[in-house]
Write a protein that binds this ligand. Structure first.
Ligand SMILES: Cc1ncc(COP(=O)(O)O)c(C=O)c1O
Length: 407
């Protein structure tokens, strides 16, 4: 990391700041490129969309793993064509798909997305070549699938193969799976890559098509704690390159994509924060730093989860009050319903942490219905990390005493 003097110099100007080390990023890029043969890497823009980092990965030949339409535009602004931008996330809107149709390879996340893509393509009078995110019947650790908000269950995908093949304006040319993050066991990642090639073979055989790409997703972890042992990327690269060779020899050419996830820049940055005050109170010395939770939220979250596990919610206020602190109300777009269903409520970020209710019984929901959440007047917008994944932030709207909307 940069020298101490530089950090101290910067801290004269800034109370808190991030510092990203381009050399460390270049080293990670070189390790990936030197370890894997015949792989197109996609930089996961959501890990850090800083302009210099994006510029660097693009200069190094990487494409972009885009998790929102905003990231598709970011990739395009960096000179990438549709062949190097892969757009995958749950919950794409019609505007997202219309906007991305000629800028990226869209990876459909559900049957309704495939249908929407087909309708948009028909409207535009074009045939769209897309990928499909599959929720495979295996994980990193087991030969059995789990339920997930991402992708289409493998068995459902095969069960609908005739419908998929009957689409007039959509052609499936690739598959995408991202099954796990922060895996430090290289042999487990290599085994997962082999399972992915077996899945490709199955898709090609069952649908009687030739895939143009397979996106293996991400998963290579980085050491966080001292005891964490880094992945031997050279060994992993050699094993996966061998699996690629074998697949191609048997099944013909295919473009192999790997999303770089946290690997490229995770170890490149430090967050520096200045001590603003220090005081002693009844046996404890308090050090007051500049912008911790609101500058680099993860250490605060770690402390929060620990506090939660110990059953002390008050210490986590205003982040955490109690599990049932937010009432949900369903507003139906169409007719009211008396039917109820038990669902998981989650959002459109590519992280399993983006979940608000694991199991809640609500009136049956349809696309277009609204859910409102109570108690969002304070400590809500102000505490939310809006920038993550470059989504358009929620608008904040005020209604005055006259009932007028003030934006
Ligand atoms: C599809 C997809 N690609 C890449 C990533 C980022 O990779 P990583 O979690 O290994 O940093 C994620 C993260 O959730 C993801 O969902």
């Amino acid at each position: 990391m940069k020298n101490k003097r530089m950090i101290l110099k910067l801290s004269e100007k800034y109370n808190s700041f991030y510092l990203y080390d381009g050399q460390i990023i270049q080293n990670s890029i070189d390790t990936l490129k030197n370890s894997f043969e015949d792989v197109q890497f996609l930089y996961s823009a959501k890990t850090n969309p800083h302009r210099e980092i994006v510029k660097k990965v693009v200069e190094n030949g990487f494409g972009i793993d885009a998790a929102s339409f905003g990231e598709v535009l970011l990739a395009q602004a960096n000179g990438l064509g549709a062949d190097k931008i892969y757009y995958s996330t749950p919950g794409k809107t019609q505007q997202d798909i219309e906007g991305a149709a000629d800028k990226a390879v869209i990876i459909a996340d559900s049957f309704s997305e495939i249908k929407m893509i087909d309708e948009i393509a028909a409207e535009k009078g074009i045939k769209l070549q897309i990928g499909v995110r599959i929720n495979p019947d295996f994980t990193f650790d087991a030969d059995k699938g789990v339920s997930a908000k991402y992708g289409i269950d493998e068995e459902a995908f095969f069960a609908h193969k005739d419908w998929i093949k009957s689409l007039e304006n959509t052609e499936i040319i690739g598959i995408h799976v991202h099954s796990k993050s922060q895996e430090l066991r290289g042999d487990v990642i290599a085994a997962y890559h082999r399972k992915m090639f077996a899945l490709c073979k199955k898709v090609e055989q069952q649908l009687d098509i030739k895939l143009k790409f397979v996106n293996l997703g991400s998963g290579i972890g980085i050491p966080f704690a001292e005891e964490d042992i880094p992945v031997d990327v050279a060994k992993l690269g050699a094993e996966t390159s061998q699996a690629i060779k074998q697949f191609k020899a048997e099944m013909g050419d295919i473009k192999v994509l790997i999303e770089t996830g946290r690997y490229v820049c995770g170890k490149s940055g430090i967050y520096a924060t200045k001590v603003l005050d220090k005081k002693y109170s009844r046996g404890i010395t308090f050090v007051i730093l500049s912008s911790t939770l609101n500058g680099f939220v993860r250490p605060s979250l770690a402390a929060m989860v620990e506090g939660y596990a110990q059953g002390i919610p008050a210490a986590n206020e205003p982040f955490y009050t109690k599990p049932d602190a937010f009432g949900y109300t369903v507003i139906k777009k169409g007719e009211e319903t008396t039917k109820t269903e038990t669902v998981t409520l989650c959002g459109n970020l590519c992280t399993a942490a983006d979940l608000i209710e694991k199991s809640i019984t609500l009136p049956e929901l349809e696309i277009g219905d609204i859910i409102t959440m109570d108690n969002a007047g304070c400590y809500a917008a102000v505490m939310t990390p809006f920038q993550f994944s470059s989504h358009i932030p929620p608008r904040e709207i005020f209604i005055n005493e006259n009932g007028e909307i003030v934006e």
